[in-house]
Design a protein around this ligand. Sequence first.
Ligand code: FAD
Length: 435
Amino acid sequence: MTTDSVGIVGAGMAGLACALQLTSKGIPCAVFEASDAPGGRIRTDFHEGFRLDRGFQVLQTAYPEARAVLDYPALKLCSFNPGALVYTQGDWKLMADPWRKPSTAWASLNSGFANFADFWKLYRLRQRLLSTSVEQLWDEPELPTIDYLQEKIGFSKSLIEAFFRPWYSGIFLESELQTTSRFFNFVFKMLAEGQAALPALGMQQIPEQLANQLPQGTIHYLSPVEKIDGQTLVFANGRKESFPTIVLATDGLSATRLSEGFIPVTKTCSTACLYFSCEIPQAPHRWLMLNGDGHGPINNLCFPAGVSPDYAPAGKTLISASVVGPAAHGDPERLQSDVLQQIESWFRHKSKLFPRSIPWWGSPLPQLEHLRTYRIEHALPAQPVGKLSGSRLKHDFRPAMLRPGLYIAGDYLETASIQGALVSGRRVADAIASY
Ligand SMILES: Cc1cc2nc3c(=O)[nH]c(=O)nc-3n(C[C@H](O)[C@H](O)[C@H](O)COP(=O)(O)OP(=O)(O)OC[C@H]3O[C@@H](n4cnc5c(N)ncnc54)[C@H](O)[C@@H]3O)c2cc1C
């Protein structure tokens, strides 16, 4: 069967953004998605009354593209506090953004791992990035983030190890901090300009909101595409459908397979997210918690229902612990017991910080029940130096067109983020409309 519409493969953020933009231009399209719902890497499972995002992730509210296409009030966004609690040398320390939360300035200065010179450098970096546009960032000289922090900015080793390494490992999903400093600066700017937030009912609300704006019947779920033969999509069940224009809006590895190697293999970063619960009211606690020592598997931890109460049923606490890199892929039972042990050791001691915010802080931890573990091998495309170049990220559509009639979209072509996926999908739609 042949239609005159655009055939889009994949209903992740890139495919949805592309479909929405085409629809707004009056160009009909059909989206074919392998799984049973929209979102791709942004999915939320409802399990025993808990909302479990498939891997811990947040929406940076300052993402320019997200601001343009999402209805934030309808998502009922709930924000984390700006900064983190850091576990180091047997105690919790606060490292917050004093420009956003001035009441925390003294505690942050007393963290013991950041000195006055660090705060001055943080201030200067913040001011510089606030007055630099996102587009300008892609033309700046770049270094691996670790070299940028150590040599270019000159932060103290203690601040880098206790704060920057775990914080950005949780964002880059690689702990060597080899990701380009351009992406570091982009994320830093987004954090300074907005909030890290969760939709009240889970991250999947974001793609659902986009999918719900498409005309009914646009998305065909459980429709895995096996092959692209010229202008024909060949589905796993043998069905074929032809389109004058096809958009491959899958993750990078699927795009390599479907383009029969034309798209180079994307290197990826991996993570695991383990959820636990216990029978105690949710702590009203909106801080991200970081492993500042580097010991043990957990990189970062949070209480999602402290941020949005809808993440857990009444009277229960939800804990989300994230592991980054190879540690995420060891023996599953061993990983679960190591993570559990680390949580128990982190909350065994009383802390001077926020003594009442976690009801069981300092007393024996109530029995934790393991809910689920998500191991995500290809969570993010790697973004080493050379990946984010100015000419590609600005207005050059050509790399998105493999040949006339076949386009590609996805976060692996932009920044590895919700922002990147949305921009990439929208640009392909613009390119199709103007071809
Ligand atoms: C654990 C984790 C944490 C993250 N944290 C953040 C964060 O905090 N902030 C942030 O901005 N970003 C974060 N990200 C990144 C963000 O989720 C992604 O960049 C974005 O969702 C990618 O969207 P995409 O459309 O490019 O790709 P995907 O979401 O991968 O969508 C591709 C779609 O194509 C479908 N597909 C693939 N092959 C086929 C086929 N053959 N036939 C039909 N359909 C197919 C897939 O099922 C999928 O739905 C995180 C990602 C993960 C996994």
